[in-house]
Design a binder for this molecule. Structure first.
Ligand SMILES: [Zn+2]
Length: 243
């Protein structure tokens, strides 16, 4: 195939724009924050599980406390009833029995109050443990929200870069003869597509060309379309090619 050196050089521009388009496309699909956001989601899941455990422990203590409180209420009612009966009793044996029961109820109440205090202390600790876990989750959520916002900014930036490079690519490609562009597109599927030959080096694959290959290039007509023997990209010759 033959093409003017100017058209060939425009192919290098197309190749550079294609590289920018690929880079922007990759960057917008893989914002650097994505992995950390995923980590935070996993972390938050573990934190939420622990919160469920701590909430369960606190609920158990609340149930235990209300059971003790209702036991105290039962003891109080029974004591009050015994005291009333004692006040109106004229039977000394019955009075003795009531006094002994009141004494035993008082001991029971004292035990219940000790237990109540202990449970209240544990409940206070459980409240603190829940609050601590909720704070950790809130902090993780805030971090996640911040990272997601950053990721969105990156995606928006890279999408803008992608769109701009795509528009430029269409403009430059529109000036390249169709058959040359078709060849470029075909070669670009497995190489840079087109690259400058600078100082005997293909800028597509960075290979320094050997003497035989350089000789072949020297003999090729100026408007001949030649390719890199190493990577297959269209090799665009300039004054700096070192031929
Ligand atoms: Zn090459």
């Amino acid at each position: 195939m033959n093409a003017s050196p100017a058209d060939q050089r425009r192919l290098v521009e197309v190749a550079e724009l294609d590289a920018r388009i690929r880079k922007a496309d990759h960057a917008r699909k893989n914002p650097p924050q994505a992995a950390r956001v995923q980590e935070l989601l996993t972390h938050r899941q573990a934190l939420s599980q622990e919160l469920t455990t701590r909430l369960g422990a606190r609920d158990d203590l609340r149930i235990e406390l209300s059971r003790i409180e209702s036991d105290v209420a039962v003891v109080d009612a029974r004591s009050a009833r015994d005291a009333e009966r004692l006040a109106s009793s004229s039977n000394s044996k019955e009075a003795q029995g009531l006094e002994s029961e009141i004494a035993s109820l008082n001991r029971r109440k004292s035990d219940l109050e000790d237990a109540e205090l202990e449970v209240m202390e544990r409940l206070e600790q459980a409240d603190a443990a829940v609050a601590e876990q909720e704070a950790l989750i809130a902090e993780t959520n805030a971090q996640g929200a911040e990272l997601s916002a950053e990721a969105k900014r990156v995606v928006a930036e890279q999408t803008a870069a992608f769109d701009a490079a795509s528009r430029d690519r269409a403009a430059v490609a529109g000036t390249v003869p169709a058959d040359l562009l078709a060849l470029y597109d075909k070669l670009a599927a497995r190489s840079a597509g087109a690259a400058l030959l600078r100082a005997r080096t293909c800028e597509g694959c960075r290979m320094v060309l050997s003497g035989t290959d350089l000789n072949a290039l020297r003999q090729a007509a100026e408007d001949a379309v030649v390719t890199c023997p190493e990577c297959g990209a269209i090799l665009v010759r300039t004054d700096e090619s070192g031929l």
